[in-house]
Design a protein around this ligand. Structure first.
Ligand code: FES
Length: 173
């Protein structure tokens, strides 16, 4: 089956996590924590095919505000493809890059909105994270990978590739 991420089509299979599909294809998406449901940079907006994805996880219910859920937001490290069909998503990282390229002034409003939506879920998010157990070494490795790729993401956002919707070779995260 095919999935469209940030206007680019990829092959995917049932059971695939959205984050893995994006990463395998070097698509522009955030994952600073390496997929451990901590950083909240992997948000995607589901434009089509929400019913084909796994139901909201407990982690997403704890972290995503009502407004974000109403807007179709999922966490790419949590959502998996469950049924075949057409799925279209756009990542928050791509939305930010698009704003940077087209209207940087929108970023302030976007940051304020996302900040507020995160604030209203702080108690639930803290409860969730406090109750989790991590493999610290694995987490360390995942975060290092995520930070490395995050720098590439930032670099690519400010590079020539930011002025085009075309996928460029410099897009690595
Ligand atoms: S929360 Fe970090 S990758 Fe999803």
């Amino acid at each position: 089956m095919q999935i469209t991420i940030n206007n680019h089509q990829y092959e995917a299979n049932q059971g695939d996590r959205l984050l893995e599909v994006a990463r395998l294809n070097h698509e522009h998406i955030g994952y600073l924590c390496g997929g451990n449901t901590i950083c909240q940079t992997c948000y995607v907006k589901v434009l089509e095919g929400a019913e084909l994805l796994s139901p909201l996880s407990e982690e997403e219910k704890a972290i995503l505000s009502e407004n974000l859920l109403k807007a179709g937001t999922r966490m790419a490290c949590q959502a998996t493809i469950e049924k075949p069909g057409t799925i279209r998503v756009v990542s928050a990282a791509e939305e930010v890059r698009h704003m940077l390229a087209t209207n940087p002034l929108d970023l302030a409003g976007y940051a304020a909105t996302m900040g507020w939506e995160g604030m209203v879920k702080v108690p639930d998010t803290l409860r969730l994270q406090a109750g989790r157990e991590f493999d610290l070494w694995q987490l360390f490795c995942d975060v290092l990978t995520g930070i490395g790729d995050g720098w590439k993401l930032i670099f690519s956002a400010f590079s020539f590739g930011c002025c085009s919707n075309e996928k460029s070779e410099t897009r690595v995260c």
